[in-house]
Design a protein around this ligand. Structure first.
Ligand code: PRX
Length: 615
């Protein structure tokens, strides 16, 4: 508690001291530069992320320590020490340098969960370039948007990945993109199926070690851009710094899971998400610990897969999403019981609210009632954990992410920004800057100000509902805006609606998130068709395919309703609240602002009909 109090009362000396968790080439001149709402950390300091993650260990006493164990569905394995990884990254940096990548360039990475994906990220950072990782489950259009917005000149990809026994081609998706601004595409050939030609070049394997001096970048140099969905339009490019970000992720991993020399850490997130960036790549490497990563589905070929890996690699800290846990809850617990999970010491949760029932199940069945559940609340924008149990916080409360971490000043406020008393639902806000915070939205300072800093004067608004329990513990209650979370992945309603509108037979579309037993939420869509188009059931499949093509398979639908009109306010805004109420079977409440009540009746009718048709 004293530690927390000090951190809040003396943020600059607190963070100035914590920043020594990583090595710097040059010490900062200023811990924090405030130009509200643009905050810059460790200004004047210089460092390099790949040096922080590799050189300091490879040149020191962790040379032979395992950095990653890797395995895939086929049972193929790879083990790399810190020195091995250092050699791979140096050699690949040299190769990137030779093809023209330099400081300030943007490199798009579209790779599966393999060690080479991490090599690609670190080699990019070594040269002072910025990476933009696109989740390998995203489709062509998502990649095109990101290339255009981020002005990427290089792509690093692989021929394919495997999922549930199927070979999934990645290169063919990249080949469909015709963008003359892309200068080179580097391809990791995993099965000899690739032939070089034009801008497509092969990732060189078994190259001799070649040292590349890490570029000394400013603390505020953008380490990466990662796109995430918001309430409006296309995903936003969230820009993260190098210095503040690395300090923050390293501190937060240490403070929560208390990982150490003897840890074998497994964070199940894909590198395509912020959790993968922060807690698969940067934090564990900065701390010099051993991680395990897996390329494959959790329950393939059967639901014992993950647990067999926990046993085999003697995983000590395990970090996953409530969606994954809910999926396992549906299976026979025998799948778990046949494996010895005795190596586990702590269990983590991220991405969505973990309801008490799921918390208890995780605690008992995976942790054998002896591992704390570290529920971590945070966002792509926050860089690292914000509200999570600091080591040793006792007692943990099922369903509560517990208290803000040191240096984090969180509160729950009403519409006017006044602090709310205990047990009252309100909006979560963060009242002081922290080093892991984003630097902004790429190419859009106005949006950055408007989305995160305009609801309340001087407070960061994350867009989540929360309440504080009696002891000040925070419970997260889901999104307060129009963001849908499917299996922990963020999709904006507008983004999905625009994709539906790409079908030329669709006139209008509105989507809402509906609760789903496993995925947390899925999409319910209300669609009006153009005049003369028949409400043919087969069009629903066409819509789904189109959305998958544009956004990717993460966009999962629970239902699509064809309606004659959408319920709108008098000003023409679609009333999603009402659609949601219908989907949840709630009272409609006040519908007086609706343009025409008849359309509500139609939706209700359509809903009733659908309920009947599915029994
Ligand atoms: O609504 C919150 C939810 O996920 C959002 C952030 O999503 P994203 O940027 O994709 O990052 C996911 C990984 C950090 C938040 O605004 N969220 C995240 N963690 C939790 C959570 N909701 C409840 N409990 C959590 N532990």
């Amino acid at each position: 508690m004293e530690f927390y109090k000090f951190s809040i009362e003396n943020p600059e000396s607190f963070w100035g001291f914590q920043a020594n968790i990583i090595p710097w080439f040059k010490t900062w001149e200023k811990v924090l530069e405030k130009n509200h709402p643009f905050y810059r950390w460790f200004v004047g300091g210089q460092l390099n992320a790949s040096y922080v993650c590799l050189d300091q260990h490879a040149e020191g006493n962790k040379k032979d320590k395992v950095a990653y164990y890797w395995e895939n569905e086929l049972g193929e394995k790879e083990v790399v020490s810190y020195y091995d990884l250092y050699c791979k990254v140096n050699s690949f940096s040299k190769f990137l340098m030779d093809i023209g990548v330099k400081e300030g360039d943007m490199v798009l990475i579209y790779m599966p969960m393999v060690i080479d994906a991490i090599v690609a990220m670190l080699a990019t950072a070594r040269l002072g370039a910025t990476h933009n990782v696109v989740f390998s489950g995203f489709s062509k259009n998502a990649i095109i948007d990101r290339i255009e917005d981020s002005k990427a000149k290089y792509i690093i990809t692989a021929t394919h990945t495997y999922r549930r026994g199927k070979r999934i081609d990645l290169l063919s998706t990249i080949r469909e993109i015709e963008n003359e601004k892309i200068e080179k595409v580097v391809v990791l050939d995993r099965d000899g199926s690739f032939t070089e030609g034009g801008k497509y070049i092969k990732w060189p394997q078994n190259k001799n070690f070649e040292y590349v001096a890490p570029v000394h970048v400013e603390s505020t140099h953008p380490l990466f851009v990662l796109y995430t969905s918001g309430t409006t339009g296309k995903p936003k490019g969230i820009v993260h710094s190098t210095g503040g970000y690395l300090v923050y992720v390293a501190c937060t991993l240490k403070w929560t899971f208390n990982v150490g020399e003897d840890s074998t850490w497994w964070c199940t997130a894909d590198i395509g998400w912020i959790t993968g960036h922060s807690y698969v790549v940067y934090a564990p490497l900065a701390l010099g610990i051993t991680s395990f990563i897996y390329e494959g589905a959790p329950d393939y070929p059967d639901p014992s897969k993950w647990w067999s890996l926990v046993e085999k690699y003697r995983i000590t800290e395990f970090f996953t999403s409530p969606t994954a846990i809910r999926m396992f809850m549906k299976y026979d617990p025998e799948y778990i019981k046949k494996h010895d999970l005795g190596s586990l010491r702590a269990l983590g949760s991220v991405g969505e609210p973990i309801n008490p029932e799921v918390w208890e199940w995780y605690y008992k069945n995976i942790g054998n009632s002896r591992c704390p559940i570290i529920d971590t609340w945070w966002q792509t924008e926050t860089g690292g954990f914000m509200i999570a149990p600091f080591m040793g916080i006792i007692p943990l409360r099922p369903g509560f992410a517990s208290l803000p971490l040191p240096g984090i000043l969180a509160d729950v406020v009403d519409e006017q920004g006044n602090s709310l008393p205990p047990n009252t639902k309100g909006y979560l806000v963060i009242k002081a800057p922290w080093p892991g915070m984003m630097m902004g939205i790429l190419n859009d300072d106005e949006k950055y100000k408007q989305v995160y800093w305009s609801k309340y004067e001087g407070m960061y608004y994350p867009g989540d509902y929360a309440l504080r329990g009696e002891e000040g513990y925070f419970q997260l209650l889901g999104r307060a805006d129009e963001v849908i979370k499917i299996a922990g992945h963020r999709l904006g309603t507008t983004e999905i609606e625009s994709a539906i509108l790409e079908n030329d037979f669709v006139a209008e579309a509105a989507v809402v998130g509906v609760p789903d037993e496993v995925r947390g939420e899925t999409i319910a869509a209300f669609v009006t068709l153009k005049q003369g188009v028949n409400k043919d059931e087969s069009l629903k499949q066409t819509i789904i395919s189109k959305v998958r093509e544009i956004i990717g398979p993460v966009a999962v639908f629970s239902s699509i309703f064809f309606v004659d009109k959408l319920p709108k306010t008098r000003s023409g805004k679609i009333m999603r609240r009402l659609l949601k109420a219908i989907m949840l079977g709630k009272e409609l409440g006040d519908v007086t602002t609706l343009e025409e009540e008849a359309s509500v009746e139609e939706i209700k009718k359509a809903y009733e009909e659908l309920k009947q048709s599915i029994g």
